[in-house]
Design a protein around this ligand. Structure first.
Ligand code: GRF
Length: 208
């Protein structure tokens, strides 16, 4: 078994990225983060990278003519840093085949709800939790899934439920979900590090 050589894509605060770094430090996740790329210059994830001494850079889509050219640049960065597995830790852009094909079945995303409900284009941040509460769901949760060419639609690797409590607001529900995100994302990655994942069609099988 070999350590995953991770490339991380982020657009925001970076708490999942930090949870992954903490699991690595604790020896619970067999991986090294080779580079963090942020799609926003102001993302907190850049500060997290700085604090942990992880190479990091911000790349703006505006500096490229097309989504494909943007992803081509990302691919070059990941290849230069010898990345062999990608994670989307709060990354808001859709990936193109330029990145998806070279990393087939090696890109994980985390979503703060139980997919296939409450996912898809525009479903991120507080909107997810607002929609869960508005619908009247009694549970919500978190999903870790492989990334394909649509939003939140690849094969599911791991899910965990949290209760919706009386009096929940989008913020309180988000906090309960986030606590589970910080555990399940590193745990799902560790399954890949241990080579315990087999994928057949949409189904992901976890070997004991
Ligand atoms: C998380 O809720 C994650 O599920 C979603 O984006 C958010 C990122 O939060 N994809 P953070 O940047 O990891 O704190």
């Amino acid at each position: 078994m070999k350590r995953l050589q991770l490339g991380v894509l982020a657009s925001g605060r970076g708490s999942n990225f930090e949870a992954i770094l903490r699991h690595i430090e604790a020896g619970k996740l067999w991986a090294d983060v080779r580079v963090l790329v942020s799609s926003r210059k102001t993302a907190g994830a850049l500060e997290v990278a700085g604090a942990y001494g992880i190479p990091a850079l911000a790349v703006s889509r505006k500096d490229f003519p097309t989504d494909e050219a943007f992803d081509e640049n990302l691919l070059e960065i990941f290849q230069k840093h010898h990345v062999d597995f990608l994670i989307l830790a709060g990354y808001l852009r859709l990936l193109t085949p330029v990145l998806i094909h070279p990393f087939k079945n090696k890109i994980l995303n985390i979503h703060p709800a139980l997919l296939p409900s409450f996912g898809g284009k525009g479903m991120y941040g507080p909107r997810v939790h607002e929609a869960v509460l508005e619908y009247g769901c009694r549970v919500s949760g978190v999903t870790v899934h492989l990334v394909d060419e649509s939003y939140d639609s690849g094969p599911i690797v791991a899910q965990r439920c949290v209760p919706v409590e009386n009096g929940d607001t989008p913020d309180t529900l988000a906090a309960r979900v986030l606590e589970q995100e910080h555990k399940i994302f590193p745990e799902a990655l560790q399954l890949f590090a241990e080579e315990r994942i087999a994928i057949k069609g949409r189904r992901v099988y976890i070997q004991a």
